[in-house]
Design a protein around this ligand. Structure first.
Ligand code: IMP
Ligand code: MG
Length: 337
């Protein structure tokens, strides 16, 4: 799997951060490139007793042998980026593509004051939508023009291509999720760009013939922040009874919760071209699954759920997460691939 895309299957917050961090420590990729919209995403990773909510830097930073890249399709808020550079200490192995567009103060103000964006759509207020509008209008400032980014500027597509030619392992870390796609999602309640695997590849400048694997990440239930349709949503009291209460990493808003949506998952697997599926938070749905690190440790009910996902999607479930620790992972790749 020299070039693998990790993508979100539902409406974001599927636990891509934990999966990326695990895969990076385990597989030791030479390059990890972040794709997706920009700092509207928050990827959570628990590492060495600290909790990181990363919005720009790939969560794979936990493996210190990897070069960290941010692809030209991704929007950059220099302030957020520099803060994460100092928190993670990855400055000497970080490359930001010159063509990344910059989020400016006016974009954030517009995102936070527009009734349409803020109230109706329920955006994250991080300026991503207005910055992408500026990009389409061809008035956006690019990273190459931002003096504070100078130490990090890179040609990300070229670096990724060189790595792949050497036969190095490359991970593309997607953000958001399929249901938020501007093209395939629940328009107008979506983000400002396509979020499927094809665009994640384009975000870092990798052609479709160079992608070997698409690992699609689903939570064992569904969550959504902001407005928009949610067919399997349950009342907040019901979610609370199940012990599932979540707040957004970027906005702190309470997430809407629902049961696993097989119809959406099937369509998501189809359009993402998923070759593997990761299921996260199995422990939140099946308490006895908590901390399991092998298939045999899962309660029968949880095994049956995983088997149903595989059967309905027609894609093998290769990674199962059962808690926040890196050890709380069932990695079935050796058996299933
Ligand atoms: P925007 O991307 O900030 O314009 O927000 C548009 C919609 O996408 C809102 O419903 C946001 O809550 C949602 N959204 C954007 N990024 C993420 C994410 O990373 N996780 C979850 N929801 C997101
Ligand atoms: Mg998130």
């Amino acid at each position: 799997m020299p070039c693998t895309i990790v993508a979100g299957g539902f409406w974001g917050d599927e636990g891509k951060g934990k999966i990326m961090a695990y895969l990076s420590l385990h597989d030791k990729p030479k390059v990890i490139a972040r794709a997706g919209v920009g700092p509207n995403a928050g990827h959570t990773v628990h590492f060495k007793g600290k909790k990181f909510g990363l919005r720009q830097i790939p969560c794979g930073f936990v493996y210190d042998g990897a070069r960290m890249l941010i692809g030209p399709g991704v929007l950059i808020n220099p302030e957020v980026l520099l803060k994460e550079v100092s928190e993670t200490g990855v400055g000497d192995r970080l490359g930001v593509d010159r063509r990344c567009a910059i989020i400016e103060r006016r974009h954030i103000e517009e995102d936070r004051t527009s009734a349409h964006l803020k109230e109706k759509i329920g955006t994250t207020g991080t300026g991503c939508g207005p910055a992408n509008v500026a990009r389409v209008n061809r008035t956006a400032k690019l990273a190459g023009e931002a003096p504070e980014l100078k130490p990090f500027l890179a040609d990300v597509p070229l670096e990724v291509d060189e790595a792949l030619r050497r036969g190095d392992l490359v991970f593309i870390e997607g953000s958001q999720g399929f249901g938020l796609s501007l093209i395939h999602g629940t328009y107008p309640y979506v983000t400002s760009k396509d979020t499927s695997a094809s665009t994640l590849a384009a975000d870092v400048g990798v052609g479709p013939t160079k992608i070997d694997d698409v690992l699609l990440v689903f939570k064992a239930y569904v969550s959504r922040v902001g407005g928009g349709p949610f067919p399997t949503e349950m009342p907040p009291e019901e979610a609370q009874k199940l012990g599932i209460i979540e707040y957004g990493t970027v906005t702190g808003r309470r997430r809407r919760i629902g049961s696993f949506d097989f119809e959406l998952a099937k369509r998501s697997a189809m359009i993402n071209g998923a070759t593997q599926v990761a299921l996260t938070c199995l422990d939140r749905l099946f308490k006895e699954a908590s901390g399991a690190s092998s298939w045999g440790q899962l309660p029968r009910k949880a095994q049956a759920f995983v088997e149903r996902v595989e059967r309905e999607l027609g894609v093998p479930v290769t990674i199962i997460s059962t808690g926040i620790e890196f050890a709380h992972i069932i990695d079935l790749r050796a058996e299933k691939l």
